[in-house]
Design a protein around this ligand. Structure first.
Ligand SMILES: C[S@@+](CC[C@H](N)C(=O)[O-])C[C@H]1O[C@@H](n2cnc3c(N)ncnc32)[C@H](O)[C@@H]1O
Length: 266
């Protein structure tokens, strides 16, 4: 049984998991999991070290009937070089290329058996369970190819008028004028406004949450992909964009130098 003491320990422990956003919107994720309909699944795309997964699981545990919800989280669970540095800031030591799943499972061991892990390239993700999805959290599939695959795989199980969609990278494209592909989630929402009702924009974050309303058909998904590819600006950016891209690269270089000298001084 979940006692108040056990919940407090879990809440304290999950704050130690390095986060790329999941902890910051934890309150929203927990609420979504608390109110999710019974016998549905929660899907998370891009778990990294499990910070957002933990928030969903905390919400699921706080339900009157936690055992009626299952969280499925998909990720390649392999550390990249930049992730090694991000994790180190929270005193979690990773090695580039490391299989992170054992560490993630350890971080989330207090939530057994709520979570099912899918270690997979997202382009190959599948959903054989075919159970209705009450909450869909996406922190990885922002390109047209990946997001189209997610829409094809998961959106048939989203519940119109009910499913909460959290697109954590929705406005991420604003920081990358040289990567128009990152705007694909917004393109879908803009093109099918009847399908997405805005619930919340997360302050000072790229994420936006919606309620799924009118079902998207497979031809909508196909049509949007083709249209986006047609309207994509040509690779040769105009002078204003080129200046922005140049400024951005200089800023990244300066940040890298600052980080390096801070680390050297420690
Ligand atoms: C921004 S991180 C997720 C952060 C996490 N939601 C949090 O709150 O800390 C994105 C994750 O997506 C995963 N990812 C990105 N592209 C992927 C792909 N094609 N296949 C599998 N995993 C992928 C990365 O491994 C990474 O763990």
């Amino acid at each position: 049984m979940l006692t108040k003491e056990k919940l407090e320990i879990l809440e304290r422990n999950v704050m130690k998991i390095p986060s790329q956003g999941g902890t910051g919107i934890g309150g929203f994720l927990q609420e979504a999991a608390i109110h999710a309909r019974q016998t549905t699944n929660i899907i998370e795309i891009g778990a990294w070290l499990g910070a957002g997964t933990a928030q969903l699981a905390l919400g699921a545990l706080k339900r009157i009937n936690p055992q009626t919800i299952q969280i499925h989280t998909y990720d390649k669970f392999t550390a990249s070089r930049p992730e090694v540095e991000k994790a180190a800031l929270k005193n979690v030591m990773l090695v580039a290329g490391e299989d992170t799943l054992p560490k993630v499972k350890k971080f989330l061991s207090g939530f057994d058996p709520l979570i099912q892990f899918h270690k997979i390239n997202l382009m190959n993700s599948k959903y054989p369970e075919k159970k209705p999805i009450s909450v869909y959290v996406d922190d990885a599939a922002k390109t047209p190819e990946l997001f189209t695959h997610m829409l094809r795989t998961f959106s048939p199980y989203w519940i119109p008028g009910e499913t909460v969609l959290v697109f954590m990278d929705f406005r991420y494209w604003r920081r990358f004028p040289d990567k128009p592909d990152f705007k694909y989630q917004q393109f879908i929402v803009d093109n099918y406004p009847d399908s997405f009702r805005l619930l919340q924009t997360f302050e000072r974050k790229a994420g936006v949450a919606f309620k799924y309303e009118k079902p998207l058909s497979s031809s909508d998904i196909k049509h949007a992909y083709k249209l986006f590819k047609k309207t994509l600006p040509s690779k040769s950016a105009g002078p204003v964009n080129r200046l922005l891209i140049f400024k951005q690269r200089i800023q990244r270089l300066i940040n890298a130098c600052i980080n390096y000298s801070v680390k050297k001084d420690k």
